[in-house]
Design a protein around this ligand. Sequence first.
Ligand SMILES: Nc1ncnc2c1ncn2[C@@H]1O[C@H](COP(=O)(O)OP(=O)(O)OP(=O)(O)O)[C@@H](O)[C@H]1O
Ligand SMILES: O=c1ccn([C@@H]2O[C@H](COP(=O)(O)O)[C@@H](O)[C@H]2O)c(=O)[nH]1
Length: 238
Amino acid sequence: MSTAPYRRVIVKLSGEALAGTEQHGIDLDTVDRFAADLIAAQALGVTLGVVVGGGNLLRGATAASHGADRTIADVMGMLATVMNALALESAIERLGGRARTVSAIAMPQVCETYERRAARRHLDDGRIVLFAAGTGNPFFTTDTTAVLRAAEMGAEAVLKATNVDGVYSADPKRDPTAVRYDRLGLDEAIEKRLGVMDLTAFSLARDHRIPIIVFSIREPGAVESVLRGAGRATIVGG
Ligand SMILES: Nc1ncnc2c1ncn2[C@@H]1O[C@H](COP(=O)(O)OP(=O)(O)OP(=O)(O)O)[C@@H](O)[C@H]1O
Ligand SMILES: O=c1ccn([C@@H]2O[C@H](COP(=O)(O)O)[C@@H](O)[C@H]2O)c(=O)[nH]1
């Protein structure tokens, strides 16, 4: 039985946060901390899928702005998310949890290929499913992937675990006067073009009535706290 308000959620875990105190790369101590947080969250009785971003390694749009072909750059970005997912899978299993990486780009020597029914079975069997390689298509983001997988897996919410403690009236890293919301509607987030997530992700969430909960992953135990309704977060929709 779940002691949290949700039975099944998709966590969108910031790739950028996996770098820890560094600007780039994978900080393995940080990966361990996130793995422990996910295991503790699952212990509340919640079924967890995780979509890992790739911002710590490569973003397609950034590489394209340096002259790379956008499609190839996006494939590189998706491959970056596979490395992050595998690091997390390995840490979860080492800490005693059960996890399975499924990739939207087939690489059978590395991990399972994403297939909706098989992924749902892994969730039903109590594994933390790590959805890697985004949607498998260029020009999308892992935020959109998180909402897409939430709809496919029958999840009740997307938990965006990122490096800001909620949604603001403007990007708080650029505008010190930005005001933080506790709650807002998906329509409002779309109309105001709040940049914490891309419009495709917000629109898909609105179409499928999936709330998005935005919070900072920097504090240990953040995912568990938010699931218990105790953490500082912005609820978008729902
Ligand atoms: N209105 C806003 N409210 C909150 N954050 C915003 C807003 N507009 C822009 N942002 C920015 O959105 C960022 C978080 O989203 P983003 O998807 O870029 O990062 P991430 O979760 O680390 O992703 P990745 O997995 O790609 O590394 C924050 O760093 C913040 O600066
Ligand atoms: O469906 C998708 C998801 C992601 N990408 C590419 O991967 C990088 C990393 O993802 P973030 O969401 O930025 O963390 C992204 O910048 C894209 O280049 C993709 O092509 N398709």
